[in-house]
Design a protein around this ligand. Sequence first.
Ligand code: RNT
Ligand code: ZN
Length: 421
Amino acid sequence: MVKEQEVKSAYEVAKERYAEIGVDTEKAIEQLSKVKLSIHSWQGDDIHGFLNPDQELTGGIGVSGNYPGIARTPDELTQDLHEGLSLIPGKHKIQLHTLYAVTDRKKDFDEVGPEDFKYWVDWAKEEGVGLDMNGTFFSHPKVKHNFTLASPEKEIRDFWIKVGKQSRAISNYFGEELGQQSVNNFWIPDGFKDNPIDKLSPRKRLIESLDEIIKEKYDEKNTIEAFEGKLFGTGIESYTVGSHLFYNNYAITRDKLWTIDAGHWHPTEDVSDKFSAFMPFGKGLMLHVSRPVRWDSDHVVIFDDALVRIARSLVRDDLLSKTNIGLDFFDATINRVAAWVIGARSTQKALLQAMLAPIDDLKKAENEYDFTKRLAVTEELKSFPFGAVWDEFCQRNNVPVGLDWMDEIRRYEKAVQFKRN
Ligand code: RNT
Ligand code: ZN
């Protein structure tokens, strides 16, 4: 066990070091405690959900691994989420999907409504978390040749439009019940494996379907839509109807949020550079923080350069208040609760490190063309003792410091998860 006093004294030293360059660590701690992450339920059960758990996962996404202890029921999933949340400092949100409805009889995707999410709302109230939503447009027989809302068949489109409308009603219910805005994220897999003849008509159909879905007015205090584009999916390599540019334009013209999933771009593209290019025009962003390894592989998020850059852009450009930071990865080769904890804590650490910088001072240097100072300071900052501030943050939030959380995971998997099989 890490000793409380040691954390305190290391923090005091770090506080001094940062004060010397004009950085107030208390302010950073305060700022970080206000950032809510939207933690994705689907890391806990490999995106099976409860509506049709035996249906294969489709849509061009995939989970690999079979680490023991997967959550199979609503109670197991909420138990695991509770465990994960107890190891992540701060107050957060959970992202759900249509798939996670808890129904009293067999229901299809288009039939589930707010009443089927009462289980989650009750749990969220008890847990003190918010809820975000995602309509599910995959893992269902009505995904025909990888098409949903942009399908050439009206009957198929109508089914998915209904799913979209229901997801809005559910998201609105989350907002009303929990007193905080619920972001309703839309991602559909629609596209072709091989070169299409007609790239325009599917996009026009998608616009029509989406416009129909968002026709009904809901109070934005409760719910707002976000639209997530993509470059490609497995088996959908040649053409994606909902491309980045498509949703970028859709979000701007409909005054909605644009979702940027860190895995949905060419590996050499820096997604963090897009925030400041979108924000002056857009209402706000939803992020799906993920880690693409060579492709959109949805590895667990770690403290790597890509994450550091995302955090820096949000903090330096003061975009946190207009950005919803969601996580989106799925790895079943490691303990699924640990995956949540690692991804969430890494994201928070990156944000904290970004906050621990003399940002105004650096902006001033930049405007005065003092690029020498800019480079010198940003480079030295990398080895400043931000870890001591992070430890203090964890301690103040009553979650384990350092690797202590791993001891708890080992206890939990023995006592709970490994007993499931
Ligand atoms: C898929 C998108 C989408 C999904 C989740 C499960 O490429 O990233 O966000 O990962 O909805
Ligand atoms: Zn995503």
